[in-house]
Design a protein around this ligand. Structure first.
Ligand code: IMP
Length: 427
């Protein structure tokens, strides 16, 4: 395959990093196209564990070009810390390029993220449950056409003007609307100017690099962040992120055309998890949910928050198959469910008026009114962590996989049986 997109199919944290890392080993180029440091990818390389937030997973391969596309929002402080940490561990990061169009997360974005969340919680008793990294406010400025972009960061004269103009308005909002503390704009300018000096050597036109690589027949991997149900249009709005983690977002967030994509792989887990607020039909608010959380290590890479856990939801996976045009599915963590007894899979939803829904509802209120229709499947036992072929898996596990495939309408070709890079089965 010349170009592949990897997307999350559920609410994130499906183990995309591992699949991406395996595929990055064969790629010439790895591109990130949406989100920012709200993402957290854990990559296990030999005995080393890397937690990446902004750097593309291919960064561990010096020969692989690692690109951050225009659709990504960049907190330069976080990016520099990540580069420094990698340098300390012997990873040079000379293979990194960042699109000049990518928007920069400023300190007021982080501040407004927190203030807005607190205001919403006070006003309505709930909020989005964001990561607090300033993602939403940064994308808001982009849509409003007042953002500060990578190009501006590395051109002090542009940066100075924009920090003053945008900063004055942001300070007014922080002080007058929320009663917060204004930023010293001279300090912000000096801090960000220094970031610009550090990052200048990485700035490029990622659209051109990607297009040229495609023309040259190179292997391109589009590394998804977040997931389908966090997409601003096709996710569980308003409990979503502010970008397009679905497959189409890879084109928009890189600057390439849809006909340049050959393969779209959706990554999921053998169960479902969610961080933050909002309806979750198959959620297990009981000891079993706790067991899955502990066995699966379901605690946020970015925030450390415990993830909500629940059964596999085929309605969600069919939604992901459709909106991403999935050509294959990768399912992680089959090992986590081993030995927990009878398994349940949600095949459809039932609304309070008795209506059965096969497709994921458009409106959140409708989703909140949905109860899962479950099919029970015999559970499987045994240590899966050493299995490397499909036939080595316990028979009942294979039957579970076959049923998931039928219910989702897409082949499951990659199966995770442990956190290691080698603990994976390709079919
Ligand atoms: P934001 O992206 O920080 O604005 O957060 C919006 C919602 O997306 C919150 O519910 C977050 O928990 C969720 N979210 C953002 N990024 C990720 C991710 O990488 N994994 C899982 N959830 C995420």
């Amino acid at each position: 395959m010349a170009s592949s997109i990897i997307v999350g199919t559920q609410w994130g944290d499906e183990g995309k990093g591992k699949v991406i890392d395996i595929m990055a080993a064969k790629a010439d180029i790895v591109v990130r196209s949406s989100g920012g440091n709200n993402a957290g990818h854990t990559v296990v390389h030999g005995d080393e564990v890397y937690k990446l937030h902004l750097l593309p997973s291919g960064i561990l391969y010096p020969e692989t070009e690692c690109l951050i596309g225009s659709g990504v929002v960049i907190d330069p402080k976080v990016l520099i810390e990540e580069i420094d940490e990698m340098n300390k561990r012997g990873v040079a990061c000379d293979n990194l390029r960042i699109d000049a169009r990518a928007d920069i997360i400023m300190p007021w974005h982080r501040e407004l993220d927190k203030l807005e969340e607190a205001f919403k919680a006070k006003q309505t008793g709930t909020n989005v449950g964001t990561t607090g990294r300033g993602i939403g406010p940064c994308y808001t400025d982009k849509a409003e056409r007042v953002g500060i972009r990578m190009y501006d960061l590395v051109h002090p004269e542009c940066l100075k003007k924009l920090v003053k103009n945008t900063g004055e308005l942001k300070n007014l909002v922080i002080e007058k609307v929320y009663g917060g503390k204004a930023f010293d704009l001279d300090e912000v300018y000096e801090e960000y100017k220094a970031y610009g000096e550090r990052l200048a050597k990485y700035v490029a036109d990622v659209s051109v690099i990607t297009f040229d690589a495609y023309k040259a027949g190179k292997q391109i991997l589009f590394e998804g962040a977040q997931a389908t149900l966090l997409d601003i249009d096709f996710g569980t709005y308003p409990y979503v992120t502010s970008s397009h983690p679905i497959a189409g977002g890879a084109c928009v967030g890189t600057g390439i055309g849809p006909k340049m994509i050959d393969e779209v792989i959706g990554v999921g887990k053998s169960y479902t998890t969610r961080v933050g607020n909002g309806p979750f039909p198959t959620e297990l608010n009981d000891e079993l949910g706790e067991l899955i959380r502990n066995r699966g290590g379901e605690f946020g890479t970015t925030t450390g928050r415990p993830r909500r856990t629940g059964w596999f939801d085929a309605v969600i996976m069919r939604h992901a198959v459709r909106v991403n045009g999935l050509t294959a599915i990768a399912i992680n963590k089959f090992d986590t469910l081993s030995g927990i007894g009878t398994l349940k899979v949600c095949t459809a939803y039932e609304k309070s008026d008795g209506t059965i829904l096969k497709d994921f509802p458009v409106i959140l209120e409708e989703l909140a009114d949905c109860k899962p229709v479950y099919e029970e499947i015999e559970g499987y036992d045994g240590d899966l962590s050493q299995c490397r072929t499909f036939d080595e898996l316990p028979e009942k596990c294979r039957a579970y996989i076959a049923r998931l495939e039928e219910l989702c309408g897409c082949p499951i070709t990659i199966l995770g049986v442990g956190p290691g890079r080698d603990q994976v089965i390709f079919r």
